[in-house]
Ligand binder design. Structure first.
Ligand SMILES: Nc1ncnc2c1ncn2[C@@H]1O[C@H](COP(=O)(O)OP(=O)(O)OP(=O)(O)O)[C@@H](O)[C@H]1O
Length: 273
């Protein structure tokens, strides 16, 4: 299994410390002074305030922070689904909307929103149809294998467990080999055991495919278990207050070791600050 990439080595830093931001041509996501407000006048909500971040190609970044601090809004700006009120963002060297148009962004959310009448396989194939392409059956088989669903692919969503449905969501997000994988609380609705199992599977799949990944989660241990780097957002103002590099090789240990506990503690302290 691949070890942690050399770029993941580092220290805990301020989000605005340019020296510690990934430099050079391998920057996949580059947001500069991003702000987003909804509405106007006295009813305006400043959802994200002055966020700058860089994410390297093939890096796994997790975002944690209190409810309502702007995590989803930030992810939606990265996906090209929201336009920043201020600041700029590029993904793979161009505007996010271009990447989205080229179907190079894979997304999965807490609610997998599967087509109820279609088999799990057809739900995965649907990604191709939505992009106006013929499904690549070999690739669909490969991704179903990777998420452990090949033998269950004939089931309909109502016959599948919550964990299986989330695996379909992950397969859908990955099947077209996206440059960016954006995950918004994908396992938030699952029980602790299934969630832990899917964390392991996501780690394994990510190690094989290695897309640049941004994961939003409320679970600090999930963030530390999966990410190269954890970004902590605060509620007031809605911005990045801390970045924590996770100094652990992959696969991450089953039993939390000292560096895992230390990284979790750092995240908790940043959240409580
Ligand atoms: N489309 C919208 N219109 C108006 N306000 C919005 C919209 N989307 C989000 N907001 C507001 O922006 C703020 C940030 O919301 P966002 O969903 O980005 O936070 P979050 O950190 O992802 O929250 P949670 O962890 O609860 O999912 C909140 O105050 C929210 O009410």
């Amino acid at each position: 299994m691949a070890g942690r990439p050399p770029h993941a080595r580092g220290r805990s830093v301020s989000a605005h410390d340019e020296e510690t931001s990934p430099a050079g041509t391998d920057v996949a996501i580059h947001g500069q002074a991003l702000s987003k407000s909804y509405g106007s006048g006295r009813r305006a909500v400043r959802a994200v305030s002055d966020v700058s971040l860089k994410v390297r190609t093939s890096e796994f970044l997790a975002i944690i922070g209190p409810s309502g601090c702007g995590k989803t809004t930030l992810l939606r700006m990265i996906a090209g689904l929201e336009t920043p009120t201020d600041g700029t963002i590029t993904c793979c060297g161009g505007p996010p909307a271009r990447l989205a148009r080229e179907h190079r962004i894979g997304m999965a959310f807490q609610d997998p929103a599967l087509l109820p009448w279609a088999s799990l396989r057809r739900n995965v194939e649907f990604v191709y149809r939505a992009a106006g392409r013929r499904p690549d059956r070999e690739r669909v088989d490969e991704i179903l294998d990777l998420v452990g669903l090949r033998s269950l692919a004939h089931l309909r969503p109502h016959e599948a467990s919550g964990g299986m449905r989330q695996r379909v969501a992950l397969a859908r997000a990955l099947v077209m080999e996206p440059s960016l994988l954006l995950l918004d609380e994908p396992f938030g609705a699952l029980d602790a055991i299934t969630r832990r199992r899917l964390n392991r599977e996501l780690e394994r799949v990510w190690t094989v495919v290695r897309p640049t990944t941004v994961l939003i989660t409320h679970a600090v241990d999930e963030a530390v278990m999966l990410a190269d780097r954890v970004v902590v957002m605060s509620g007031r103002p809605s911005t990045i207050v801390r970045e924590i590099t996770v100094p652990m090789a992959r696969p991450r240990p089953e039993v939390p070791d000292e560096s895992f506990r230390h990284a979790v503690q750092e995240c908790i302290e940043a959240l409580d600050a």
